[in-house]
Design a protein around this ligand. Structure first.
Ligand code: NAD
Ligand code: UGA
Length: 347
């Protein structure tokens, strides 16, 4: 069986991708990450190879694995906005420079690379440019002092380097721009008022499970478009299995109709929580100022809607609407963390 070397396989998207590859039996997953906890939880304990590696220190092993691969997929990044302001230089070091080394290995050993970028590459939008088109939409970022955009800028430069390599016939790549995927084991749950801030869904889910306020930034006026992880992985596998059609192309993955404001999302999650558990939630919505919540340099984009024509041409037909996306994910978390939740409630 062909081998897929998956950098960052232990993460949220990676662990669900490995599970799908094991089921499809098209590629054998060779997983690289610093941890395999989520892989065990989501993909189970067998059907893949795991190498505990920190790509910023162990390059020889990486080259050995890439040389033996039929396909390379790179998911490694700091992908949490809280970190863009907390460790901006490390975000560039990892998301650009370390990722570029993976692309250089693929170029050297003539391996196809599927590189995960982000919908955040489109930067700020006052809502007039949506839906975002991969080849036409301008990429507009806030001022340098607003360091939130260092992530988007690092991803953009990586994309431009891959594009240039492709133009010179040096690299066969496909870039994926995910639009807010959500599903089991995304980021981490916060049990008390910790300094670490996960992305919004795990943040709100933590608040509901462990009875603290849902912190809604700047009135929750920003909008996001959500894709359930199973639909997202179906899209990724279509790209994996269509090398010629996707060669040297950039593709949005997002469920166009699943847009909601953060404030409406918070209210919907409280309501769903009460329906699923049959209990009244004690968690309240607490409005927080973005600069206080994230720190200096925070800025946000109003809307992110994907132009999904390229994925539709690959036969992609997402099955989960907004309600099903959130209900399915919340049912998983409530079921999986109920016992811990009861313990915390009684303490
Ligand atoms: P994640 O944080 O769950 O996964 C990233 C993985 O990379 C983690 O398992 C982490 O351990 C690993 N990693 C980080 N530094 C490493 C190092 N030095 N050596 C080895 N492994 C290392 O993130 P995710 O949500 O699965 O996102 C995966 C990719 O998709 C990222 O490139 C992210 O920018 C992109 N993306 C994700 C979303 C989303 O909705 N989840 C949206 C847009 C873009
Ligand atoms: C994220 C990350 O940048 C990447 O994972 C990825 O590149 C991008 O999503 C994407 O999916 O393409 P963002 O959507 O801003 O970006 O991440 P969140 O932290 O989930 O924030 C979403 C919105 O919720 C923002 O408006 C934020 O201010 C708000 N938020 C976040 C809250 O109101 N409360 C919280 O506790 C957390």
């Amino acid at each position: 069986m062909k081998k897929a070397v998956i950098f960052g396989a232990g993460g949220f998207i990676g662990s669900h991708l490995v599970k799908a590859m094991i089921a499809e039996q098209s590629y054998f997953p060779v997983c690289i990450d610093r941890t395999s906890d989520k892989l065990q939880l989501i993909a189970g304990g067998s059907g893949f190879e795991f190498h505990e590696l920190d790509i910023s220190t162990q390059s020889e092993k990486q080259e050995e694995l890439v040389k033996d691969a039929d396909l390379v997929i790179d998911l490694i990044a700091y992908a949490n906005p809280h970190l863009y302001l907390k460790i901006p230089l490390e975000v560039v070091e990892l998301n650009l420079f370390e990722n570029l080394k993976i692309a250089d290995l693929c170029e050297k050993h003539k391996k196809r690379l599927i590189q995960f970028s982000t919908s955040e590459i489109y930067g700020m939008s006052d809502g007039t440019e949506v839906p975002f088109n991969e080849d036409e939409t301008n990429l507009i970022l806030g001022p340098v002092k607003n360091q939130r955009w260092i992530y988007s800028c690092a991803k953009q430069l990586l994309e431009r380097m891959l594009y240039a390599k492709g133009q010179k016939g040096k690299l066969d790549y496909t870039i994926i721009r995910p639009f807010n995927f959500v599903g089991p084991e995304m980021d981490f749950l916060v049990r008390e008022d910790s300094k670490d801030i996960p992305r919004v869904f795990p943040g709100f889910m933590s608040a509901l499970l462990f009875n603290h306020p849902l912190k809604v930034v700047d009135g929750g006026k920003h909008f996001r478009t959500w894709t359930y992880i199973d639909d997202a992985i179906d899209a990724v596998m279509r790209i994996v299995n269509a090398p010629e059609q996707c060669k040297n192309d950039t593709i949005n993955i997002g469920t166009k109709g699943n847009e909601i404001s953060v404030s409406a999302m918070a209210s919907m999650m409280v309501e769903m929580y009460e329906q699923i558990t049959g209990k009244n939630s004690v968690s309240l919505l607490e409005e927080v100022d973005g600069l206080e919540f994230y720190g200096e340099g925070y800025e946000d984009c109003d809307r992110r809607i994907p132009d999904d024509r390229k994925m539709k041409r690959l036969g992609w037909d997402p099955q989960y609407n907004l309600e099903e996306t959130f209900r399915t994910t919340m049912e998983y978390y409530i079921q999986t963390y109920a016992t811990e939740q009861q313990a915390s409630a009684s303490s």
